[in-house]
Design a protein around this ligand. Structure first.
Ligand code: NDP
Length: 329
């Protein structure tokens, strides 16, 4: 028997149950991983609430963890029992002491990176990788807007932008978060609870605005994001922390300057072994060089049994950077 988090109906954090289960044997093409640290992502709250509905109940939750290979399924090459690994999967169930994962979603975790650092950053690093390197290729000296810059994805984006020599303008929900984002490498910050986003972008860029906006906040920032873009700029809408953007009249893209909009997902960019290896090698070398540091505050490390508490903290905007669940704690 092992422990995991499951839920049997969509709803608030209270639907998350800490239960015993018997892990099945890994299927062909899978490895079984004993999770040492599980990454919490905002997407987990969308799945729990039903914004991203699950097909069958009870369902597991969670997409990211780091641990040790315990069993290897038929047909898997490149992994052995005892290997240190990290994964980001499209399926659910990482909130668990033991989890079977398709081997193509798993990467070897370099010795220099702890399980906690791996689980706190792998999915978020991959996200920043595809956003800044592929959806729109940020170049040295370029200025751009990135929302929720002190969050898990956000603090990594600040560091990655600095490593690229780019100027990230980050929105944040408090002055403390502004300080964290700037410390991580943001060129400038905007507190979107007290400042007008588009007005500040105009001032910070001497009237130029920005060629690209990365928006994971959604409903609350959609309009301001469009207003911050240069003519023919790109709006990258990649999340819904404040709620989804709905009911858009496409004509607004014309009115605001012949804009482009895309709604990408990590699992539409990093889809196979070759793409995972390419992205992982770039991000692991940034971590090894110290350009990206992943420190998780002690008060954001929860036991696996405390998933409800962790979701409440994340959704109430009390957290910064990444949060973790530790099995057996
Ligand atoms: P974060 O740690 O960034 O948490 C979300 C942050 O959003 C909060 O800390 C808060 O920061 C901000 N926020 C703004 N408005 C609200 C609101 N109404 N309610 C709650 N939070 C709000 O989470 P993650 O790092 O896990 O993910 C960041 C975003 O990236 C999410 O929207 C997620 O869905 C998206 N994402 C998308 C992926 C993709 O491929 N499409 C992959 C991975 C993540 P503040 O207090 O500063 O406003």
């Amino acid at each position: 028997m092992a422990k995991r988090i499951q839920f049997s109906a969509h709803g608030g954090p209270e639907v998350l149950e800490y239960v015993d289960f018997t892990p099945r044997e890994p299927a062909a093409g899978e490895v079984q991983i004993e999770n040492r640290a599980v990454g919490i992502n905002f997407i987990d709250t969308y799945v729990r609430s039903g914004l991203y509905p699950v097909q069958t109940f009870p369902s597991g939750l969670g997409t990211e963890a780091a641990g040790v290979v315990a069993k290897v399924g038929a047909g898997v090459s490149g992994f052995q029992v005892g290997d240190r690994v990290v994964y980001a999967q499209a399926g659910l169930g990482a909130y668990s002491a033991v989890h079977n994962v398709v081997a193509d979603r798993v990467a070897h975790l370099p010795e220099a990176i702890s399980f906690e650092q791996g689980a706190a950053s792998f999915l978020k690093d991959l996200t920043v990788y595809y956003l800044l390197r592929e959806t729109y290729e940020i170049t040295s000296g370029e200025t751009f807007l990135f929302h929720a810059a002190a969050g898990g994805v956000g603090l990594i984006a600040c560091q990655w932008a600095k490593a690229l020599g780019a100027k990230l303008i980050g929105t944040v929900g408090s002055d403390d978060k502004a300080a964290l984002a700037r410390q991580a490498g943001a060129w400038a910050t905007i507190n979107y609870r007290s400042e007008n986003i588009a007005q500040r972008v105009l001032e910070l860029t001497d009237g130029q605005k920005v060629p690209v906006v990365y928006d994971s906040v959604g409903k609350d920032t959609w309009e301001a994001s469009l207003d911050s873009l240069q003519r023919r700029g790109l709006m990258v809408s990649f999340g819904n922390a404040s709620g989804p953007v709905t009911g858009v009249n496409l004509g607004i893209l014309n009115q605001k300057g012949s804009l482009y909009v895309t709604r990408p997902s990590l699992f539409g960019y990093v889809t196979n072994r070759a793409e995972l290896d390419k992205a992982s090698s770039e991000l692991f070398s940034l971590i090894a060089s110290g350009a990206i540091k992943v420190d998780v505050s002690a008060n954001q490390i929860f036991g696996l049994s405390e998933a409800q508490k962790a979701h409440r903290a994340l959704e109430s905007r009390q957290t910064h950077g990444s949060c973790l669940l530790i099995p057996g704690r």
